[in-house]
Design a binder for this molecule. Structure first.
Ligand SMILES: Nc1nc2c(ncn2[C@@H]2O[C@H](COP(=O)(O)OP(=O)(O)O)[C@@H](O)[C@H]2O)c(=O)[nH]1
Ligand SMILES: [Mg+2]
Length: 362
């Protein structure tokens, strides 16, 4: 039956905490990591399958442009890579759901930034396939929620008015699977869309930094770089002053703070390098990462086979030694087994960490 299903892609976007992963969980029943604090959970673009005849929906959870672990360049790079893959594999991008929590009394800075990025990513034409979805209605008085929804639709500063004028739909998520499915159904049947970012990268062959969304990120990175430089300068002065006053404890604190700031500055610079990529380079980078991951997985499997064989051989020899010595060698054999198990465990953790690092970078 599966072969008869039509494969479509629907992306879920919005600020951290808007309820993207929760929505995906409600729609698919999958074990999606949901955030219960301000720190974001979804750092990578992640695909979840939903069989909804006649469609096989690839529901794609994305991180917001306010992630606590990744900067805007890394987030945009991840989204750009996802859009490039959908385009290259002739995937049908049927819809983009933009989630906004109705519990927010005021549009926070991060919410405004995400909205700006969303509009830059989509452009105008793809808005036909966009749904502006409000969430968390259960956590707000209905009349208050309705007033906020009205404000979102009327106040031109929020961009919703313009998006709706350009055929974006509006929906309320009622925190049930049926509600999630209804929203998905409202875009599943639409003709596929090509977001502005896909157009810019795949047809106009622009570098990420020259796209509409990229330009916003470039400005943010420049500001962040200037801020970090100023902070580093300040810690240098404070460290010198502390040393002059022989306050070694405070001088040490300032040195540590500077090291953190320098590491952050390095990440911002790496972000700037990412933005210089063209779509061909993105492809090469992601192919190289995929190869690295495959090689690491092969290596891990090889190690795990070696470990299993080692355990069996060790077990047989150990038992034989205990039998031959009439039990005298038992403490020795058991001690050796414990040491070997410790080594196996460390190797396994090392392999796992290496793989996790590669997956995180991919
Ligand atoms: N009551 C209610 N809680 C929600 C809703 N959507 C999300 N949440 C909660 O909001 C928090 C953040 O959700 P999450 O899906 O991790 O947000 P994400 O960062 O956008 O992926 C979690 O505690 C969710 O359980 C909703 O529609 N109603
Ligand atoms: Mg999430």
């Amino acid at each position: 039956m599966e072969t008869e299903l039509k494969h479509i892609v629907i992306a879920v976007m919005g600020v951290t905490g808007a309820g993207k992963s929760h929505f995906v969980q409600r729609a698919t029943g999958a074990d999606v990591e949901i955030g219960h604090s301000q720190a974001s959970c979804t750092h990578e673009v992640a695909n979840f399958d939903l069989i909804m005849p006649p469609y096989h929906v690839h529901l794609v959870d994305t991180p917001g442009f306010d992630d606590s672990f990744k900067n805007d360049a890394e987030i945009l790079d991840g989204i750009a890579e996802f859009l490039r893959q959908v385009h290259d594999q002739r995937g049908k991008l049927s819809g983009i759901l933009y989630l906004h929590q109705i519990t927010d009394a005021r549009m926070r800075g991060s919410a405004l930034k995400n909205l700006t990025m969303f509009q830059k990513l989509m452009g105008t034409r793809a808005l036909t396939n966009c749904v502006l979805v409000t969430t968390k209605w259960g956590n707000v008085d209905k009349a208050v929620g309705q007033a906020r929804e009205e404000e979102l639709l009327q106040d031109a500063r929020f961009g919703w008015k313009n998006m709706v004028a350009n055929r974006a739909q509006v929906a309320r998520f009622e925190n049930t699977s049926e509600s999630a499915i209804r929203i998905i159904q409202s875009v599943a049947c639409l003709r596929e869309c090509v977001p502005k970012l896909t157009e810019e990268l795949c047809y106009d062959k622009k570098k990420l930094k020259d796209t509409a969304a990229g330009r916003v990120v470039i400005d943010t990175l420049k500001e962040q770089l200037a801020d970090k430089q100023a902070e580093i300068e300040l810690t240098k002065q404070q460290q010198a002053q502390a040393l002059h006053e022989k306050d070694t404890e405070y001088a040490k604190q300032m040195q540590e703070q500077r090291a953190v700031l320098e590491a952050e500055m390095k990440r911002v610079r790496e972000g700037q390098v990412l933005m210089e990529q063209r779509v061909e380079e993105m492809r090469r980078t992601s192919e190289a990462r995929a190869l690295e991951i495959r090689a690491a997985e092969k290596e891990r499997r090889k190690h795990s086979t070696k470990r299993t064989v080692g355990r069996w051989v060790g077990g047989i020899l150990g038992t034989a030694a205990i039998v031959v010595t009439g039990g005298v060698a038992a403490p020795l054999v058991l001690g050796a087994a414990a040491v070997a198990e410790g080594v196996y465990h460390e190797e396994k953790v090392d392999d796992r960490n290496k793989l996790d690092r590669l997956h995180a970078a991919a």
